[in-house]
Design a binder for this molecule. Sequence first.
Ligand code: C2E
Ligand code: CA
Ligand code: CA
Ligand code: CA
Length: 275
Amino acid sequence: AKKHHRAGVVVFNAEQADELSRQKVVEETLQVADLETELSLVFQPIIDVASRRPAGFEALARWNCPTIGPVSPAEFIPIAEYNGRIGLITRLLLERALKTAATWPDDVFLSFNLSPHDLATAEGVNRLVGIIRASGVDPRRITFEITETAVMSDFEQANASIRILRQLGCGIALDDFGTGYASLSYVHRLPLSKIKVDGSFVREIHRKETSVKIVKSVLALCAEMRLEAIVEGVETENEMAILETLGVGSVQGYHFARPMAEAETHAFLKGTGAS
Ligand code: C2E
Ligand code: CA
Ligand code: CA
Ligand code: CA
C-alpha cells in the first residue's frame, strides 16, 4: 500500500480507493437498510468432544442486502459499530437468537457475539438484561462471546458490564484467543468462563510443532483456571485427531458442521442423538 503525499493531501492508490468506496457504499446502505427483514442468523454447533454431541450453538449474523447482495459480518459489523447501528442490530439479533434457543432442549446453550459498543455503557448492557429476562430463557444457557477489543478502550466499564451479565448467570467466553496483544492479562482480570482458541492455531497444527505446543499450553492454562476451552476452526479429521490427543473439551468447525438455519438445528440435535 503506497501513499503519495502532495501538498499535504494524502492520495491513496487504486486498491485503497476501491476499499474506501466499498466501505462507503456498505456504510450508506446499512444506514438505510431494513434490518428486520434483511438480517438473519445462522447457528454453528459447538461439539462436546467426549460425547461427540452438540453442547450448544454459536449464533452468527447474516445480512442479505437486496441492492448489494450478501455482506459478511466480518465486513458489516465493524461498520455498524462505527456508524452506531450496532446497538439496534445486537438487540434485534439477541431477541431472535433467544427465540431459537427456547426451541432447543434445556441442556443446549446459546453462544452470542457482542461488540465493543454493547459493553460500553451501563444503559446498553441493561437493555440486554431486559431482553434476556423477557425471553424466559435461563441465563445459565447463554454465553456471550467477547473479544479483547471490546474491553480495550474502557476496561472499567466493559468489566462492569461483563460482571452484570455474569451475575445474571450468563457465561462469558474470550473469543479469538491468542490473536490479540494482551490475552493473558484479560484472562487474569475478567470474570471469564470460557476461552475460544482461534482457528489460526489449528490451521498449522499438523505441520508446526509450535502450534501444537501453543494449543497444549492454552488447554493447560484453561484447566488450571477452570475455564472451558473451545477450539475453533476445526476443518479436518487429522486436526481433530491431534486435538483429541491434547485433551480438548469442545470444538467447532466445518469438520463437524457449517453454520445452519434455525430449522436445521433441530435435525442436527436429533441426528447426533442429543436429548
Ligand atoms: P467469530 O466470532 O470468530 O466467528 C467464527 C467465524 O469462523 C464465523 O465466520 C464462522 O462461520 C467461521 N468458521 C466456523 N468454522 C470454521 C472453519 O472450520 N474454518 C473456517 N475457516 N472458518 C470457520 P462468520 O460467520 O463470517 O463471522 C465472522 C465474524 O463476524 C465473527 O467471527 C464475529 O467476529 C463477527 N460476527 C458474526 N456474527 C456476529 C454478531 O451477531 N454480532 C457481532 N458483534 N459479531 C458477529
Ligand atoms: Ca465468536
Ligand atoms: Ca472466534
Ligand atoms: Ca473472529
